[in-house]
Structures are given as structure tokens and as C-alpha cells.
Write a protein that binds this ligand. Structure first.
Ligand code: HEM
Length: 137
């Protein structure tokens, strides 16, 4: 059981790291210099990958919780809140993305601004969570 916990913990941390890398990539890859088609292509490629890794983070987190007999600590509550913030803002971003139109430059500009801000917040939240988890421990 201990080995399973250790392995799942390792996976959980690696997957959190991948989400962090994807957030950083998104922050730098989406910018005002992109034309409409490249922007669509980039968002359509990275978005499902982001969802996938968010899902694997909660999956491994739930496995860890199960092994620990659902002993929910303060840091786990914080992780779950952060996870939901990441998910909900990603859904909001997708809604904005769906409403984009090729010739509506203002809306595209607003979407890029939202994407930048969202991913910067994701990066900060993930880093703060990692630091807090180790400080609270
Ligand atoms: C983006 C969000 C998350 C981040 C940044 C994060 C980060 C971490 C980190 C760094 C650890 C390692 C702690 C250690 O080495 O002691 C950890 C452990 C853990 N995580 Fe997460 N996690 C996140 C989401 C979740 C979610 C959604 C769940 C549950 C559904 C979860 C459940 C757990 C559990 C149960 C542990 C083991 C805690 C312990 O025994 O001390 N995490 N997480």
C-alpha cells in the first residue's frame, strides 16, 4: 500500500508539473502577433491536452485520497479549490474561444488578453499551492 501511495504521489506531482508547463506554454504561445487561423490551431491543440492533464491530476489526487482513507487535510482542500478554479476558467476561456469571429478584431484581442491573464493566474496558483503544501506540512 505504501509503495502504491508513493508511486501515485510521484505521478501526481509529475502531472501537476506538466499542467504548469502547459500553462507557461499557453502564456507565451498565445499572443497578439498570431493571425486568426494560427490562433485557432494553437488553441484547438493545447486546450484538450490541458483538460486531459487536469483530469489526470484530480484522478491521481482522488486515488491518493482513497489510499489515505479520505483524510482531507487543509492542503488537500486548497488543492481541490485551485483545481476547480483552473477548470472553471478553462471552460470560460473555451466559451470565449467559441464565440470568436475572423473579422472581429476587438473580440480576438479581448480573448488573447483573457488567455494571458488566465494562464498567468494558473501559473501563480499552481506555484503558490506547491509552496503552501510543503510549508503547511
Ligand atoms: C493543481 C492542483 C494541485 C496541485 C498544484 C497539487 C499539488 C500537490 C503536491 C505538490 C503534493 C505533494 C505533497 C507532498 O509531497 O507531501 C500533492 C499531494 C496530494 N494531492 Fe495534490 N495537487 C493538486 C490537486 C489535487 C486534487 C484536485 C486532489 C484531490 C482530489 C489532490 C489530492 C492530493 C492528495 C490526497 C495528496 C497527498 C497529501 C498528503 O498525503 O500529504 N491534489 N498535491
Amino acid at each position: 500500500m505504501d509503495e502504491t501511495f508513493k508511486l501515485t504521489m510521484y505521478l501526481h506531482i509529475v502531472l501537476v508539473g506538466i499542467v504548469l508547463i502547459l500553462a507557461i506554454l499557453n502564456y507565451f504561445l498565445i499572443n497578439n502577433s498570431l493571425d486568426y487561423d494560427t490562433l485557432r490551431k494553437k488553441v484547438r491543440t493545447i486546450l484538450p491536452i490541458y483538460y486531459l492533464f487536469l483530469a489526470t491530476v484530480i484522478f491521481t489526487g482522488l486515488v491518493l485520497l482513497g489510499i489515505a482513507k479520505f483524510n482531507i487535510s487543509q492542503s488537500v482542500i486548497f488543492m481541490i479549490i485551485v483545481w476547480f478554479v483552473l477548470l472553471l476558467t478553462t471552460i470560460k476561456r473555451y466559451k470565449k474561444f467559441k464565440s470568436l469571429k475572423r473579422d472581429d478584431k476587438r473580440r480576438i484581442g479581448r480573448f488573447i488578453k483573457f488567455t494571458k491573464r488566465k494562464h498567468l493566474i494558473d501559473i501563480i496558483f499552481i506555484l503558490v499551492t506547491i509552496v503552501l503544501v510543503y510549508v503547511v506540512k
